[in-house]
Design a protein around this ligand. Sequence first.
Ligand SMILES: Cc1cc2nc3c(=O)[nH]c(=O)nc-3n(C[C@H](O)[C@H](O)[C@H](O)COP(=O)(O)OP(=O)(O)OC[C@H]3O[C@@H](n4cnc5c(N)ncnc54)[C@H](O)[C@@H]3O)c2cc1C
Length: 380
Amino acid sequence: MCGAGISGLTVAGQLASNGWEVTLLEAAPERRTQGYMIDFFGPGFDAAEKIGLLDRLRKLHYPISEARFIRPNGRSRSVGYGIVAANEGGKLLSLMRQDLELALFELLPDNVDLRFSSAVVAVEDRTDYVTAVLADGSRISGDVVVAADGIHSAVRHSVFGDQQSFERQLGMHTCAYTFDSPRLHAMLGDALVSTDVRDRMVGLYALRDGSVALFAAHRVDDPALPADSREAIREAYAGLGADIDEALAKCPDPEKLYYDQVAQIELPVWSRGRVVFAGDACQAVSLLAGQGASLAIAGGVLLAEKLVSDSEPSAAFAEYEEEWMPVVAEKQLAGRRAANGFLPHTAFQLWMRRAALAVIHTPVLGKFVTSSITGTKALK
Ligand SMILES: Cc1cc2nc3c(=O)[nH]c(=O)nc-3n(C[C@H](O)[C@H](O)[C@H](O)COP(=O)(O)OP(=O)(O)OC[C@H]3O[C@@H](n4cnc5c(N)ncnc54)[C@H](O)[C@@H]3O)c2cc1C
């Protein structure tokens, strides 16, 4: 297994609890603690229940009461989170990404050989076995490599070459970090407060440990990542008011924050030989679809089920791809369609989003608006 993120932990846990011998290789030196708030709903919700994760997630979730959108003139519109959750049949939890990862770590059976500081740089596929080559030159062989090493997957590069042909850049960058501000923490309470302007958004929410979390996204002309992410953040979100200015002044060093492109991965096949891909490495839907973690868990559970029940890896891979690829393609399309609602570019798009938020509390239209926010089917 390559990558101990949401997807890798899910697959490793399920395979090990079915008697598989699993080595889980993670590039980071320890469990990662950076993250952002995710709305956990969709297929992963049911999969989490199936593997016994849900009770723990219910304890770790943040009971967000409302999302408040604030305009530059100070006027605001609040959307009760209960409405969004109700329109998802009550199956929605707001979680910090690192808490979701923590819950998956806790569920990991003792027999998983988890190795940090173990970056996989290449895989060599033989007929009867496959070998993962690590950055320090060491090699580990096994029956199957599950590549769950995220959106910038090194294994994908090793197996399929040219990365760019599989990436669909969506013209945005995103970032997240936490900082201390007793004043903002008290002001936020249990609300998620977001700016309401064109081309960029900044959201703030209070965390249990007394800190404040920032999550932001902005449109870019060039998808290339900046040399200095902190400088890029300060430039992109300047002029959005005193509260945001305070948050920007407290932006930490680049290595302590999350900054990345907003992109989708469209891989025409998800396996080759004894290597199979899972999670963002093959199916990134982007934050616009808001279900990447959910799909990483659901897809991971499905892949593990297929591997456990089929005697040949190739048969398991084929069934996994056949069942799961169409689900992901649909979510990716929904994500792209949500782009202008998430970050309106024109004055008309901004007006449309405000109009949509105004009707979210009405029974029928509210369901349509929620579905366009969450990327699920309206009026199921
Ligand atoms: C800002 C933002 C908001 C989001 N909001 C939501 C949301 O509301 N709801 C939702 O469901 N999803 C959301 N997502 C998506 C979600 O976070 C991802 O889709 C999900 O984390 C993917 O899980 P993964 O395990 O595939 O990849 P990751 O979580 O990225 O894990 C990959 C792991 O592989 C490791 N790794 C990388 N390279 C190597 C290597 N060469 N060798 C070994 N290990 C390696 C990494 O260190 C990492 O631990 C959001 C994403 C972003 C960026």
